[in-house]
Design a protein. Sequence first.
Length: 196
Amino acid sequence: MVTAGLTGSFGMGKSTVSKMFAQLGAKIINTDSIVNNLLTDPDIIKKVEDTFGPESVTDGVVNKKELSEAVFKFPHLRISLENILHPPVFARVEEEKKQISKSDPSAVVIIEAPVIFERGYQNRFDVIITVFTTEDIAVKRLGIKGISEQDARSRFASQMPVKGKISKSDFSIDNSSSIDVTEKQVEEIYCRLLSL
C-alpha cells in the first residue's frame, strides 16, 4: 500500500484532483470530511467552546463560520484549533488506512490534507503531491463559489506559499489549464504510484 499526501493552497484544486485519482481506482481519505464529523463530537465541541468562547457554539453546534473567520484572522487561534483537531484526525486516518490495507493491500491511498508542511506532517506519508495554480486563477474559481477576493487572499497568506510546497513535494500537478491537462498529469502520477 502506498500513501500519498495530497496538498495545495486554498482553492487550487485538491478536491478536483482527488476525484480524478478516485476515478482511476485510488482510495481517498478526506481530512476535511473527518474534521466535519469531529465537529459534531460532544468532547470536541466542549474543547472548541472552552478555547474560543461561547460565541463559537450555537445551540450545541459549532459555528463554523465564526470559527473560520477567527482562525484566519489570528494565526495563534488556528494553531489552537489544529491542536484540538489534528490528533483525532490522524487517529481516524490510521483507522481508515488499516481497513483499506485489509481489503486491498496494494491500494494507492490518497490522503487529502491542507496543512501537511505547515505542521511538519510530511513524514506521515510515503509521498507528497502538491496541486497548484496561480493565486489569481484560484481567486477567480473561489469567486464562483461565493468567496470574496479579500477572504481568499487572507487564506493564502495564512498558508505556506505554494511554491514552497512544490519544492518540498515528490510530485506536483499544475491545475491552471484545462481539465484534460490536469487529468493527464494525474494519470501519469497514478501510474508512478502503482509501481512503487
